[in-house]
Design a protein around this ligand. Structure first.
Ligand code: URA
Length: 242
């Protein structure tokens, strides 16, 4: 990527003064080795949908969408306006996982359409990706009232849907945005600040997974955008894997 193009991307993310000290990440696996990769780990038992869930949910987009739209597995169905399934390229190389729908997403039925979504779009633009070129979804498909964090039970009930989405998209890499997504996927409570900077591996296919800050957090703490830019460069390296 040449300097003027990079500057354009930084501008799109709202980063006005940033000087690159290191060359962009060159990608996986060399980059993974240099940055202290977390060894591929099989998904913890509790992170897997029960076998019954897997067999019950056929790997078929239409069936999965219908199931999500009519889901009443947890109490959130009672307060939602609509379910928020996921959006974007269903064969994307990049799958982004956020937390849960907010008010605007609940109204529109699409993830990341509010202010945080606009910043997410700018983050993607920063590495040359249109929103439509990636697949975006959340840990939860229904809005928790008052935008509270998902409970463990809600996340567990929704997990088979996410696992099915993952097995259908088959992305080259996943990006967990924010602590809720990272903690649920990786079954840890380590801070995002410690989870970023490493390549994790998720699911039965050991899909490389990066963690970065949630765009809503960046709206409150714009000074953290430079770290996200580093994460995005690492992501770019994996996507364009040398
Ligand atoms: N925050 C999320 O994590 N997901 C959305 O869809 C919107 C905001």
């Amino acid at each position: 990527m040449d300097a003027s193009r990079r500057q354009q991307y930084l501008d799109a993310m709202g980063i006005t003064r940033y000087v690159m000290r290191e060359p962009a990440a060159t990608g996986y696996p060399r980059d993974a080795v240099e940055s202290g990769v977390v060894a591929p780990a099989s998904l913890p038992e509790s992170g897997r949908p029960a076998a019954a869930d897997i067999s019950e949910l056929q790997p078929d987009w239409a069936a999965l969408k219908t199931r999500v739209a009519s889901c009443t597995a947890c109490e959130l169905h009672a307060s939602r306006t609509r379910t928020v399934f996921g959006t974007g390229d269903e064969s994307a190389q990049l799958m982004i996982v956020g937390e849960a729908p907010g008010a605007e997403e609940d109204r529109q039925g699409e993830p990341f359409v509010g202010r945080a979504g606009q910043l997410l779009n700018a983050m993607l633009h920063a590495i040359g990706l249109a929103r439509e070129a990636v697949y975006i979804t959340n840990i939860l498909k229904c809005r928790p009232p008052g935008n509270r964090n998902p409970t463990a039970e809600e996340a567990a009930k929704c997990r088979p849907f996410l696992m099915q989405q993952l097995s259908l998209v088959k992305p080259k890499v996943m990006l967990a945005v924010g602590g809720v997504a990272a903690h649920n996927l990786l079954e840890t409570d380590e801070a995002v600040g410690r989870l970023r900077n490493r390549i994790h591996y998720y699911g039965e296919d050991c899909t490389p997974l990066l963690v970065t800050y949630h765009p809503a957090y960046l709206l409150r703490r714009p000074e953290e955008k430079a770290k996200v830019w580093q994460d995005l460069q690492k992501l770019y390296g994996i996507l364009h894997g040398d």
